[in-house]
Design a protein around this ligand. Structure first.
Ligand code: HEM
Length: 515
Protein backbone atom coordinates (compact mmCIF):
# COMPACT_ATOMS: atom_id res chain seq x y z
CA UNK A 1 0.00 0.00 0.00
CA UNK A 2 1.82 3.15 -1.15
CA UNK A 3 0.11 5.48 1.40
CA UNK A 4 1.41 3.50 4.37
CA UNK A 5 4.87 3.27 2.96
CA UNK A 6 5.00 7.06 2.56
CA UNK A 7 3.75 7.72 6.11
CA UNK A 8 7.13 6.96 7.66
CA UNK A 9 5.55 5.46 10.78
CA UNK A 10 3.46 2.54 9.56
CA UNK A 11 0.52 2.16 11.91
CA UNK A 12 0.74 -1.60 11.63
CA UNK A 13 3.87 -1.65 13.82
CA UNK A 14 1.94 -2.49 16.96
CA UNK A 15 -0.09 -5.15 15.28
CA UNK A 16 3.05 -6.77 13.89
CA UNK A 17 4.70 -6.74 17.31
CA UNK A 18 1.50 -8.30 18.58
CA UNK A 19 1.93 -11.23 16.26
CA UNK A 20 4.97 -12.33 18.23
CA UNK A 21 3.60 -11.32 21.64
CA UNK A 22 0.52 -12.95 23.09
CA UNK A 23 -0.10 -9.86 25.27
CA UNK A 24 -1.03 -7.34 22.57
CA UNK A 25 -4.76 -6.64 22.51
CA UNK A 26 -6.69 -5.49 19.47
CA UNK A 27 -7.63 -1.84 20.02
CA UNK A 28 -11.26 -0.82 19.57
CA UNK A 29 -13.38 2.30 19.41
CA UNK A 30 -15.85 2.96 22.25
CA UNK A 31 -18.49 1.08 20.25
CA UNK A 32 -16.27 -1.99 20.45
CA UNK A 33 -15.40 -2.05 16.75
CA UNK A 34 -11.74 -2.90 15.98
CA UNK A 35 -9.46 -0.01 14.98
CA UNK A 36 -7.33 -0.35 11.86
CA UNK A 37 -5.10 2.71 12.28
CA UNK A 38 -4.11 4.49 15.49
CA UNK A 39 -1.19 6.57 14.21
CA UNK A 40 -2.28 7.87 10.82
CA UNK A 41 -5.42 9.92 10.22
CA UNK A 42 -7.58 9.25 7.19
CA UNK A 43 -6.11 11.80 4.76
CA UNK A 44 -6.67 12.60 1.10
CA UNK A 45 -3.41 11.39 -0.38
CA UNK A 46 0.06 12.49 0.66
CA UNK A 47 -0.58 16.24 0.80
CA UNK A 48 -4.37 16.46 1.07
CA UNK A 49 -6.53 17.35 4.11
CA UNK A 50 -7.83 15.02 6.80
CA UNK A 51 -11.39 13.82 6.32
CA UNK A 52 -14.32 14.34 8.68
CA UNK A 53 -15.34 10.78 7.99
CA UNK A 54 -12.38 9.56 10.07
CA UNK A 55 -14.61 8.57 12.99
CA UNK A 56 -11.69 7.01 14.84
CA UNK A 57 -9.79 10.31 14.87
CA UNK A 58 -12.88 12.38 15.69
CA UNK A 59 -13.84 10.11 18.58
CA UNK A 60 -10.29 10.01 19.97
CA UNK A 61 -10.00 13.81 20.01
CA UNK A 62 -13.53 14.27 21.36
CA UNK A 63 -12.86 11.89 24.26
CA UNK A 64 -9.56 13.63 24.99
CA UNK A 65 -11.29 17.03 24.94
CA UNK A 66 -13.55 15.85 27.76
CA UNK A 67 -10.94 14.26 30.07
CA UNK A 68 -11.09 16.95 32.77
CA UNK A 69 -13.94 17.45 35.19
CA UNK A 70 -13.93 20.72 37.17
CA UNK A 71 -11.49 20.47 40.05
CA UNK A 72 -12.87 20.75 43.58
CA UNK A 73 -13.68 24.39 44.38
CA UNK A 74 -11.49 23.88 47.47
CA UNK A 75 -9.23 20.93 48.42
CA UNK A 76 -8.38 20.36 44.75
CA UNK A 77 -4.91 18.90 45.38
CA UNK A 78 -5.17 15.57 47.13
CA UNK A 79 -4.32 11.94 47.28
CA UNK A 80 -6.29 8.88 48.35
CA UNK A 81 -5.93 5.36 49.71
CA UNK A 82 -8.12 2.39 50.58
CA UNK A 83 -8.08 0.80 54.00
CA UNK A 84 -9.99 -0.74 56.84
CA UNK A 85 -11.42 0.51 60.12
CA UNK A 86 -11.69 -1.81 63.13
CA UNK A 87 -13.84 -0.84 66.10
CA UNK A 88 -12.01 -1.28 69.40
CA UNK A 89 -14.93 -0.30 71.63
CA UNK A 90 -18.62 -1.12 71.86
CA UNK A 91 -20.57 2.14 71.72
CA UNK A 92 -24.01 0.52 71.55
CA UNK A 93 -24.84 2.18 74.90
CA UNK A 94 -24.69 5.67 73.33
CA UNK A 95 -25.33 5.25 69.59
CA UNK A 96 -27.26 2.90 67.33
CA UNK A 97 -24.52 3.27 64.69
CA UNK A 98 -23.67 -0.27 63.58
CA UNK A 99 -20.07 0.71 62.79
CA UNK A 100 -19.36 0.93 66.54
CA UNK A 101 -21.76 -1.82 67.63
CA UNK A 102 -19.16 -4.38 68.60
CA UNK A 103 -15.47 -4.59 69.37
CA UNK A 104 -13.47 -5.98 66.43
CA UNK A 105 -16.05 -5.12 63.76
CA UNK A 106 -14.35 -4.19 60.47
CA UNK A 107 -15.57 -1.61 57.96
CA UNK A 108 -13.83 -0.75 54.67
CA UNK A 109 -12.79 2.88 54.18
CA UNK A 110 -11.51 5.23 51.49
CA UNK A 111 -9.48 8.22 52.68
CA UNK A 112 -8.48 11.38 50.82
CA UNK A 113 -5.87 13.79 52.16
CA UNK A 114 -5.57 17.24 50.60
CA UNK A 115 -4.45 20.83 50.76
CA UNK A 116 -7.21 23.44 50.66
CA UNK A 117 -6.52 26.55 48.63
CA UNK A 118 -4.03 25.58 45.95
CA UNK A 119 -5.08 24.07 42.61
CA UNK A 120 -4.88 20.41 41.65
CA UNK A 121 -1.49 20.84 39.96
CA UNK A 122 0.19 22.73 42.81
CA UNK A 123 3.31 21.74 44.80
CA UNK A 124 2.46 19.83 47.97
CA UNK A 125 4.76 21.92 50.21
CA UNK A 126 2.54 25.01 50.25
CA UNK A 127 1.20 26.15 53.65
CA UNK A 128 -2.44 25.22 54.23
CA UNK A 129 -4.77 23.36 56.53
CA UNK A 130 -4.73 19.76 55.31
CA UNK A 131 -7.88 17.77 54.57
CA UNK A 132 -8.41 14.39 56.23
CA UNK A 133 -11.62 12.92 54.75
CA UNK A 134 -12.73 9.37 55.58
CA UNK A 135 -15.54 7.44 53.89
CA UNK A 136 -16.75 4.47 55.96
CA UNK A 137 -18.65 1.93 53.82
CA UNK A 138 -20.81 0.75 56.75
CA UNK A 139 -23.55 -1.88 56.62
CA UNK A 140 -26.06 0.96 57.18
CA UNK A 141 -24.75 3.09 54.30
CA UNK A 142 -21.80 5.44 53.93
CA UNK A 143 -20.66 7.71 56.74
CA UNK A 144 -18.22 10.45 55.72
CA UNK A 145 -16.14 12.13 58.42
CA UNK A 146 -14.80 15.08 56.39
CA UNK A 147 -12.19 16.68 58.61
CA UNK A 148 -8.87 18.51 58.65
CA UNK A 149 -5.52 18.00 60.36
CA UNK A 150 -6.27 21.06 62.54
CA UNK A 151 -8.85 20.81 65.36
CA UNK A 152 -10.64 24.12 64.66
CA UNK A 153 -11.64 26.34 61.74
CA UNK A 154 -11.30 30.01 60.65
CA UNK A 155 -14.96 31.07 60.77
CA UNK A 156 -18.09 29.95 62.55
CA UNK A 157 -20.92 30.54 60.08
CA UNK A 158 -21.25 28.97 56.62
CA UNK A 159 -22.50 32.26 55.18
CA UNK A 160 -18.90 33.58 55.46
CA UNK A 161 -17.24 30.64 53.67
CA UNK A 162 -17.41 31.92 50.06
CA UNK A 163 -15.99 35.33 51.13
CA UNK A 164 -13.19 33.72 53.07
CA UNK A 165 -12.24 31.40 50.21
CA UNK A 166 -12.34 34.30 47.72
CA UNK A 167 -9.84 36.18 49.90
CA UNK A 168 -7.53 33.16 50.13
CA UNK A 169 -7.68 32.09 46.47
CA UNK A 170 -5.71 33.96 43.80
CA UNK A 171 -6.87 37.49 43.02
CA UNK A 172 -9.36 37.59 40.13
CA UNK A 173 -7.19 40.32 38.59
CA UNK A 174 -3.61 39.13 39.07
CA UNK A 175 -4.37 35.39 39.48
CA UNK A 176 -1.92 35.32 42.41
CA UNK A 177 -2.57 34.51 46.07
CA UNK A 178 -2.13 37.81 47.88
CA UNK A 179 -1.62 38.33 51.65
CA UNK A 180 -3.09 41.84 51.22
CA UNK A 181 -6.43 40.30 50.34
CA UNK A 182 -6.52 37.46 52.86
CA UNK A 183 -5.36 39.60 55.79
CA UNK A 184 -7.87 42.29 54.89
CA UNK A 185 -10.54 39.59 55.31
CA UNK A 186 -9.02 38.24 58.53
CA UNK A 187 -8.63 41.73 60.03
CA UNK A 188 -12.44 41.77 60.09
CA UNK A 189 -12.62 38.23 61.46
CA UNK A 190 -11.09 38.06 64.95
CA UNK A 191 -12.48 34.56 65.55
CA UNK A 192 -9.96 33.28 62.94
CA UNK A 193 -7.02 34.01 65.30
CA UNK A 194 -7.02 30.47 66.74
CA UNK A 195 -6.94 28.87 63.27
CA UNK A 196 -4.29 31.32 62.06
CA UNK A 197 -1.84 30.44 64.85
CA UNK A 198 -2.38 26.77 63.99
CA UNK A 199 -1.98 27.09 60.22
CA UNK A 200 1.04 29.43 60.45
CA UNK A 201 2.70 27.04 62.91
CA UNK A 202 4.55 24.10 61.37
CA UNK A 203 1.27 22.13 61.48
CA UNK A 204 0.55 24.01 58.22
CA UNK A 205 3.40 22.11 56.52
CA UNK A 206 3.24 18.43 57.58
CA UNK A 207 6.24 16.15 56.97
CA UNK A 208 3.88 13.57 55.45
CA UNK A 209 0.20 12.71 55.36
CA UNK A 210 1.04 9.70 57.57
CA UNK A 211 2.31 12.02 60.30
CA UNK A 212 -0.82 14.15 60.61
CA UNK A 213 -3.61 13.78 63.12
CA UNK A 214 -7.16 14.33 61.86
CA UNK A 215 -10.14 16.14 63.34
CA UNK A 216 -13.86 16.05 62.65
CA UNK A 217 -13.84 19.64 64.05
CA UNK A 218 -17.62 19.98 64.55
CA UNK A 219 -19.72 18.43 67.28
CA UNK A 220 -22.11 15.67 66.15
CA UNK A 221 -25.03 14.07 67.96
CA UNK A 222 -24.75 10.41 68.90
CA UNK A 223 -28.21 8.96 69.43
CA UNK A 224 -29.03 5.75 71.32
CA UNK A 225 -31.93 3.34 70.73
CA UNK A 226 -34.23 5.37 73.00
CA UNK A 227 -33.50 8.63 71.16
CA UNK A 228 -31.20 9.93 73.90
CA UNK A 229 -28.58 12.36 72.56
CA UNK A 230 -24.98 12.87 73.60
CA UNK A 231 -22.71 15.28 71.71
CA UNK A 232 -19.41 14.02 70.30
CA UNK A 233 -16.23 15.25 68.60
CA UNK A 234 -13.92 12.88 66.71
CA UNK A 235 -10.14 12.89 66.33
CA UNK A 236 -7.64 10.65 64.49
CA UNK A 237 -4.31 10.15 66.27
CA UNK A 238 -1.42 9.06 64.05
CA UNK A 239 0.56 5.99 65.17
CA UNK A 240 3.42 7.48 63.14
CA UNK A 241 3.48 10.53 65.44
CA UNK A 242 2.90 14.13 64.34
CA UNK A 243 5.85 15.44 62.33
CA UNK A 244 6.04 18.73 60.45
CA UNK A 245 8.47 20.67 58.28
CA UNK A 246 9.58 24.22 58.96
CA UNK A 247 8.60 26.75 56.31
CA UNK A 248 11.97 26.83 54.54
CA UNK A 249 12.19 23.04 54.28
CA UNK A 250 8.59 22.83 53.03
CA UNK A 251 9.36 25.42 50.35
CA UNK A 252 12.11 23.19 49.03
CA UNK A 253 10.14 19.91 49.38
CA UNK A 254 9.75 17.89 46.15
CA UNK A 255 6.60 18.75 44.19
CA UNK A 256 4.77 15.51 45.07
CA UNK A 257 6.38 14.67 48.39
CA UNK A 258 3.18 13.96 50.33
CA UNK A 259 1.72 11.64 47.70
CA UNK A 260 5.08 9.95 47.02
CA UNK A 261 5.49 9.24 50.74
CA UNK A 262 1.99 7.78 51.16
CA UNK A 263 2.11 5.67 47.99
CA UNK A 264 5.71 4.60 48.64
CA UNK A 265 5.16 3.47 52.22
CA UNK A 266 1.96 1.59 51.37
CA UNK A 267 3.74 -0.12 48.45
CA UNK A 268 6.48 -1.23 50.88
CA UNK A 269 3.85 -2.74 53.17
CA UNK A 270 4.50 -0.09 55.82
CA UNK A 271 0.80 0.64 56.30
CA UNK A 272 -0.02 3.82 58.25
CA UNK A 273 -2.39 3.48 61.22
CA UNK A 274 -4.53 5.98 63.14
CA UNK A 275 -6.57 5.62 66.34
CA UNK A 276 -10.08 7.05 66.23
CA UNK A 277 -10.80 8.94 69.45
CA UNK A 278 -14.04 10.45 70.68
CA UNK A 279 -14.97 13.14 73.21
CA UNK A 280 -18.54 12.98 74.51
CA UNK A 281 -20.52 15.61 76.43
CA UNK A 282 -24.13 15.96 77.48
CA UNK A 283 -26.02 19.15 76.67
CA UNK A 284 -25.83 20.09 80.36
CA UNK A 285 -22.04 19.66 80.42
CA UNK A 286 -21.69 21.76 77.27
CA UNK A 287 -23.84 24.53 78.73
CA UNK A 288 -21.20 25.04 81.44
CA UNK A 289 -18.39 25.88 78.97
CA UNK A 290 -17.16 29.49 78.85
CA UNK A 291 -17.54 29.46 75.06
CA UNK A 292 -20.22 28.30 72.67
CA UNK A 293 -19.77 24.50 72.36
CA UNK A 294 -21.00 24.52 68.73
CA UNK A 295 -18.49 27.17 67.65
CA UNK A 296 -16.00 25.39 65.37
CA UNK A 297 -13.28 27.96 66.11
CA UNK A 298 -12.96 26.21 69.50
CA UNK A 299 -11.77 22.84 70.72
CA UNK A 300 -13.38 21.21 73.71
CA UNK A 301 -10.18 21.65 75.70
CA UNK A 302 -9.89 19.52 78.81
CA UNK A 303 -12.61 17.05 77.78
CA UNK A 304 -11.05 13.57 77.80
CA UNK A 305 -10.77 11.43 74.65
CA UNK A 306 -11.40 7.70 74.52
CA UNK A 307 -10.22 5.35 71.81
CA UNK A 308 -12.98 3.69 69.78
CA UNK A 309 -11.19 2.26 66.76
CA UNK A 310 -8.17 1.90 64.52
CA UNK A 311 -7.79 2.64 60.82
CA UNK A 312 -5.12 1.13 58.56
CA UNK A 313 -4.49 2.32 55.00
CA UNK A 314 -3.29 -0.62 52.92
CA UNK A 315 -3.93 -0.04 49.22
CA UNK A 316 -3.14 2.64 46.70
CA UNK A 317 -6.03 3.16 44.25
CA UNK A 318 -5.57 1.45 40.87
CA UNK A 319 -6.47 4.68 39.11
CA UNK A 320 -6.13 8.22 40.43
CA UNK A 321 -9.05 9.73 38.55
CA UNK A 322 -11.56 6.91 39.12
CA UNK A 323 -11.02 6.77 42.84
CA UNK A 324 -9.34 9.88 44.21
CA UNK A 325 -10.59 12.55 41.82
CA UNK A 326 -14.14 11.21 41.61
CA UNK A 327 -14.44 10.48 45.33
CA UNK A 328 -17.22 12.58 46.82
CA UNK A 329 -17.12 13.09 50.58
CA UNK A 330 -20.06 14.89 52.12
CA UNK A 331 -20.93 15.78 55.72
CA UNK A 332 -24.54 14.97 54.70
CA UNK A 333 -23.54 11.31 54.31
CA UNK A 334 -24.62 10.32 57.82
CA UNK A 335 -25.83 6.96 59.10
CA UNK A 336 -28.39 6.06 61.80
CA UNK A 337 -27.15 7.03 65.26
CA UNK A 338 -25.03 10.01 64.05
CA UNK A 339 -26.82 13.33 63.47
CA UNK A 340 -25.74 16.95 62.97
CA UNK A 341 -25.26 19.33 65.89
CA UNK A 342 -26.43 22.96 65.52
CA UNK A 343 -22.88 24.09 64.57
CA UNK A 344 -23.61 26.76 61.91
CA UNK A 345 -20.68 25.70 59.74
CA UNK A 346 -21.69 22.06 59.79
CA UNK A 347 -25.26 23.05 58.92
CA UNK A 348 -24.00 24.84 55.76
CA UNK A 349 -21.66 21.99 54.87
CA UNK A 350 -24.58 19.54 54.96
CA UNK A 351 -25.82 21.26 51.78
CA UNK A 352 -22.66 22.44 50.04
CA UNK A 353 -20.72 19.21 49.39
CA UNK A 354 -23.45 17.10 47.79
CA UNK A 355 -24.48 20.15 45.79
CA UNK A 356 -21.00 20.77 44.35
CA UNK A 357 -20.57 17.07 43.63
CA UNK A 358 -23.76 16.93 41.55
CA UNK A 359 -22.20 19.75 39.51
CA UNK A 360 -18.56 18.57 39.59
CA UNK A 361 -19.26 14.94 38.73
CA UNK A 362 -22.98 14.69 37.96
CA UNK A 363 -26.34 13.63 39.30
CA UNK A 364 -25.27 9.98 39.42
CA UNK A 365 -22.09 10.66 41.42
CA UNK A 366 -23.15 8.17 44.09
CA UNK A 367 -23.21 5.29 41.55
CA UNK A 368 -19.46 5.44 40.93
CA UNK A 369 -17.55 2.55 42.53
CA UNK A 370 -15.66 4.79 45.00
CA UNK A 371 -18.88 6.44 46.22
CA UNK A 372 -21.38 3.59 45.94
CA UNK A 373 -22.59 2.29 49.31
CA UNK A 374 -21.95 -1.39 50.03
CA UNK A 375 -25.66 -1.87 50.71
CA UNK A 376 -28.60 -1.89 48.30
CA UNK A 377 -29.85 1.58 47.38
CA UNK A 378 -33.67 1.64 47.25
CA UNK A 379 -35.42 4.84 46.17
CA UNK A 380 -37.21 6.40 43.21
CA UNK A 381 -34.42 8.66 41.99
CA UNK A 382 -33.70 8.11 38.32
CA UNK A 383 -32.16 9.22 35.04
CA UNK A 384 -29.78 12.18 34.73
CA UNK A 385 -26.46 12.18 32.95
CA UNK A 386 -24.65 8.83 32.91
CA UNK A 387 -27.40 6.83 34.58
CA UNK A 388 -26.49 3.17 34.12
CA UNK A 389 -27.96 1.62 37.24
CA UNK A 390 -31.72 2.10 36.97
CA UNK A 391 -33.16 -1.37 36.36
CA UNK A 392 -36.38 -2.61 34.80
CA UNK A 393 -38.62 -0.79 37.26
CA UNK A 394 -42.09 0.39 36.30
CA UNK A 395 -43.14 1.59 39.75
CA UNK A 396 -40.97 4.67 40.29
CA UNK A 397 -43.32 6.32 42.76
CA UNK A 398 -44.33 5.95 46.40
CA UNK A 399 -46.64 4.69 47.80
CA UNK A 400 -47.59 1.71 45.65
CA UNK A 401 -49.32 -1.52 46.51
CA UNK A 402 -47.98 -3.38 43.49
CA UNK A 403 -44.31 -2.80 44.31
CA UNK A 404 -44.04 -2.08 48.00
CA UNK A 405 -41.26 -0.04 49.50
CA UNK A 406 -41.11 0.75 53.19
CA UNK A 407 -39.62 3.32 55.52
CA UNK A 408 -38.95 2.67 59.18
CA UNK A 409 -39.69 5.51 61.63
CA UNK A 410 -36.77 4.36 63.79
CA UNK A 411 -34.51 5.99 61.20
CA UNK A 412 -36.25 9.37 61.18
CA UNK A 413 -34.21 12.28 62.60
CA UNK A 414 -34.42 12.37 66.39
CA UNK A 415 -36.97 15.00 67.46
CA UNK A 416 -35.62 17.90 69.47
CA UNK A 417 -37.11 20.97 71.05
CA UNK A 418 -36.37 24.51 69.87
CA UNK A 419 -37.56 27.50 71.84
CA UNK A 420 -36.00 30.60 70.37
CA UNK A 421 -36.44 33.64 68.16
CA UNK A 422 -35.65 33.11 64.47
CA UNK A 423 -33.08 35.81 63.60
CA UNK A 424 -29.76 36.54 61.89
CA UNK A 425 -27.73 37.19 65.02
CA UNK A 426 -24.20 36.16 65.98
CA UNK A 427 -23.66 33.33 68.46
CA UNK A 428 -23.11 34.05 72.13
CA UNK A 429 -19.99 33.24 74.19
CA UNK A 430 -17.52 34.01 71.37
CA UNK A 431 -14.14 34.20 73.23
CA UNK A 432 -12.08 34.77 70.06
CA UNK A 433 -8.54 34.80 71.50
CA UNK A 434 -8.23 32.52 74.58
CA UNK A 435 -7.51 29.23 72.83
CA UNK A 436 -5.13 30.87 70.35
CA UNK A 437 -3.08 32.11 73.31
CA UNK A 438 -3.13 28.70 75.00
CA UNK A 439 -1.93 27.09 71.74
CA UNK A 440 0.97 29.56 71.46
CA UNK A 441 2.05 29.12 75.07
CA UNK A 442 2.14 25.32 74.66
CA UNK A 443 4.57 25.49 71.69
CA UNK A 444 8.26 24.70 72.14
CA UNK A 445 10.55 27.76 71.81
CA UNK A 446 11.70 26.76 68.29
CA UNK A 447 8.07 26.30 67.15
CA UNK A 448 7.14 29.72 68.61
CA UNK A 449 9.97 31.26 66.60
CA UNK A 450 8.81 29.48 63.44
CA UNK A 451 5.23 30.70 63.98
CA UNK A 452 6.41 34.32 64.30
CA UNK A 453 8.64 33.93 61.22
CA UNK A 454 5.88 32.32 59.12
CA UNK A 455 3.29 34.94 60.09
CA UNK A 456 5.71 37.81 59.56
CA UNK A 457 6.67 36.42 56.14
CA UNK A 458 3.11 36.93 54.86
CA UNK A 459 2.23 40.00 56.96
CA UNK A 460 5.27 41.82 55.64
CA UNK A 461 3.80 41.62 52.15
CA UNK A 462 0.75 43.57 53.35
CA UNK A 463 0.95 47.24 52.34
CA UNK A 464 -1.93 48.53 54.48
CA UNK A 465 -0.63 49.61 57.91
CA UNK A 466 -4.19 49.40 59.24
CA UNK A 467 -4.55 45.70 58.28
CA UNK A 468 -1.14 44.87 59.74
CA UNK A 469 -1.85 46.67 63.02
CA UNK A 470 -5.24 45.03 63.49
CA UNK A 471 -3.80 41.58 62.76
CA UNK A 472 -0.98 42.11 65.27
CA UNK A 473 -3.51 43.39 67.82
CA UNK A 474 -5.46 40.13 67.55
CA UNK A 475 -2.33 38.05 68.10
CA UNK A 476 -1.38 40.35 71.02
CA UNK A 477 -4.78 39.74 72.59
CA UNK A 478 -4.18 36.00 72.27
CA UNK A 479 -0.76 36.30 73.90
CA UNK A 480 1.24 39.39 74.79
CA UNK A 481 4.60 37.78 73.98
CA UNK A 482 3.36 36.69 70.54
CA UNK A 483 2.05 40.21 69.89
CA UNK A 484 5.31 41.88 70.92
CA UNK A 485 7.48 39.57 68.82
CA UNK A 486 5.22 39.92 65.82
CA UNK A 487 5.03 43.72 66.11
CA UNK A 488 8.83 43.82 65.98
CA UNK A 489 9.02 41.36 63.08
CA UNK A 490 6.60 43.36 60.94
CA UNK A 491 7.75 46.77 62.12
CA UNK A 492 4.52 47.97 63.70
CA UNK A 493 4.74 50.46 66.60
CA UNK A 494 3.55 49.07 69.96
CA UNK A 495 1.49 52.25 70.52
CA UNK A 496 -0.54 51.55 67.35
CA UNK A 497 -1.21 48.00 68.52
CA UNK A 498 -2.43 49.27 71.91
CA UNK A 499 -4.72 51.74 70.16
CA UNK A 500 -6.17 48.94 68.00
CA UNK A 501 -6.82 46.81 71.09
CA UNK A 502 -8.65 49.69 72.76
CA UNK A 503 -10.74 50.27 69.62
CA UNK A 504 -11.52 46.57 69.44
CA UNK A 505 -12.72 46.54 73.04
CA UNK A 506 -14.92 49.55 72.38
CA UNK A 507 -16.46 48.14 69.23
CA UNK A 508 -17.32 44.59 70.24
CA UNK A 509 -21.01 45.14 69.61
CA UNK A 510 -20.38 46.65 66.20
CA UNK A 511 -18.25 43.70 65.16
CA UNK A 512 -20.49 40.94 66.39
CA UNK A 513 -23.76 42.70 65.68
CA UNK A 514 -22.85 43.31 62.03
CA UNK A 515 -25.43 42.01 59.60
C1 HEM B 1 -14.01 20.04 50.37
C2 HEM B 1 -17.26 23.51 51.17
C3 HEM B 1 -15.74 23.94 55.74
C4 HEM B 1 -12.97 20.04 55.11
C5 HEM B 1 -14.99 20.97 50.18
C6 HEM B 1 -15.71 21.19 48.96
C7 HEM B 1 -16.62 22.16 49.19
C8 HEM B 1 -16.49 22.56 50.56
C9 HEM B 1 -17.64 22.72 48.22
C10 HEM B 1 -15.46 20.45 47.66
C11 HEM B 1 -16.14 19.11 47.71
C12 HEM B 1 -16.01 18.33 46.43
O1 HEM B 1 -15.87 18.92 45.36
O2 HEM B 1 -16.09 17.09 46.50
C13 HEM B 1 -17.16 23.91 52.49
C14 HEM B 1 -18.01 24.86 53.14
C15 HEM B 1 -17.57 25.00 54.41
C16 HEM B 1 -16.44 24.10 54.57
C17 HEM B 1 -19.19 25.57 52.48
C18 HEM B 1 -18.09 25.86 55.52
C19 HEM B 1 -19.34 26.19 55.62
C20 HEM B 1 -14.90 22.90 56.00
C21 HEM B 1 -14.43 22.51 57.29
C22 HEM B 1 -13.64 21.42 57.10
C23 HEM B 1 -13.62 21.10 55.69
C24 HEM B 1 -14.78 23.19 58.60
C25 HEM B 1 -12.92 20.61 58.13
C26 HEM B 1 -13.51 20.23 59.24
C27 HEM B 1 -13.03 19.72 53.78
C28 HEM B 1 -12.29 18.62 53.20
C29 HEM B 1 -12.58 18.63 51.83
C30 HEM B 1 -13.49 19.73 51.60
C31 HEM B 1 -11.35 17.65 53.92
C32 HEM B 1 -12.00 17.70 50.78
C33 HEM B 1 -12.77 16.39 50.70
C34 HEM B 1 -12.12 15.51 49.68
O3 HEM B 1 -10.99 15.06 49.95
O4 HEM B 1 -12.71 15.30 48.62
N1 HEM B 1 -15.47 21.84 51.15
N2 HEM B 1 -16.21 23.46 53.37
N3 HEM B 1 -14.40 22.02 55.05
N4 HEM B 1 -13.74 20.36 52.80
FE1 HEM B 1 -14.95 21.91 53.09
Amino acid sequence: KPALAQAGVPDTVDAKAGATSAAALQMTRDNGAPIGSNRNSLAAGDTGPVLLEDVTLIEKLARFDRERVPERVVHARGTGAHGVFRATADLSGITTTSLFAQRGKETPVFVRFSTVIHPSGSPEGLRDPHGFAVKFYTDQGNWDLVGNNLPIFFIRDAIQFPDMIHSLKPSPVTNKQDPNRLFEFFSGTPEATNMLVHVYSNLGTPASYRTMDGNGVHAFKLVDKDGKVIFAKFRWISHQGVRNLDGDTANKAPFNYLTDDLYGEIAKGNFPVWDLMVQTQTAEELARLAYNPFDDTKEWLGVPFRKIGEMTLNKVPDNFFRFTEQSAFAPANLVPGIEPSPDRMLQGRLFSYSDTQRYRIGANVMDLPVNRPRVDVVNNYQDGQLDHATGKIDVNYFPSVTAKKAVDPRFAPTPYKIDSIVQTAPISRTEPFDQAGAFYRALKPADKADLVKNLAGDLNVVTSLRTKVIMVSYFAQADRDLGTRLAQAVNVPASEVEKAIAEYDASLDARYGGK
